[in-house]
Design a protein around this ligand. Structure first.
Ligand code: SAH
Length: 222
């Protein structure tokens, strides 16, 4: 049997946060929230040894948990103050959801794959988070009944920004989303809704995400 010689969790967490900080995440509130969410609880036991490394890891159903540095960077880009209604598209394993729960008033999270959503909901409940609501469905259409949102985060990439998500942003709200024609050519965007109803778009960097599958994203296979 191969046993990886690993440091105690607190040490691994500290190292992870150093790496995340080194990659541009300086907001103390974001770092504090990340420090309180053990990433190992969101992956299978076999992957727990790697869970504090700055890597993506498989979470089943051909999906992945994002790198901690990317989770931190996207969260920071949302500019949360604690009072926001946040919409998250791509619940996945629920790691990003847990961090958002610590930084916002309420998190509405949408996942298209039932099994991932169920597992994430069980985790969030067992960890004691209560300020979230999960839905299984196509997040490219947003969550019209709960709009508008002060912040929207999308953790899968499609060819364009879904218009429904821009429409569901509150004035002054921020949408952070990876967009690109192919997996090799994606950019992280921040779109801010202006008072006149228009938007401002900023390119935050290059990223690699799994496909955003849906009516205003990539077509589902098969
Ligand atoms: N934030 C997640 C990332 C998971 S990967 C985590 O940390 O685990 C992206 C997720 O987006 C996948 O679970 C995928 O099934 C989901 N997804 C893709 N297209 C979607 C859509 N249109 N609506 C909702 N979820 C979607």
């Amino acid at each position: 049997m191969h046993l990886k010689n690993i440091a105690p969790n607190a040490t691994r967490m500290r190292r992870m946060l150093e790496v995340v900080r080194g990659k541009g995440v300086e907001d103390p509130k974001v770092l504090e929230a990340m420090a309180r969410v053990p990433r190992e609880l969101f992956v299978s036991r076999a992957l727990a040894v790697d869970s504090y490394d700055d890597v993506t890891l498989p979470i089943g159903e051909q999906q992945t948990i994002s790198m901690p540095s990317v989770v931190g960077y996207m969260t920071q880009a949302l500019g949360l103050g604690g009072r926001e209604k946040v919409l998250e598209i791509g619940t996945g394993c629920g790691y990003q959801t847990a961090i958002l729960c610590r930084l916002a008033r309420r998190v509405y999270t949408v996942e298209r794959l039932e099994r991932l959503s169920q597992a994430a909901q069980e985790r969030l409940t067992s960890m004691g988070y209560t300020n979230w609501i999960a839905m299984v469905g196509d997040g490219t259409l947003g969550w019209q009944a709960q709009a508008p949102f002060e912040a929207i985060i999308v953790t899968a990439a499609g060819p364009r920004v879904p218009p429904a998500l821009v429409a569901q942003l509150a004035v002054g709200g921020r949408l952070v989303i990876p967009v690109g024609p192919t997996e090799a050519d994606q950019r992280l965007l921040r779109i801010t809704k202006l008072e006149d109803g228009g938007t401002r778009e900023e390119v935050l960097g290059r990223v690699v995400f799994v496909p955003l599958v849906g009516a205003q994203g990539v077509a589902a296979k098969g």
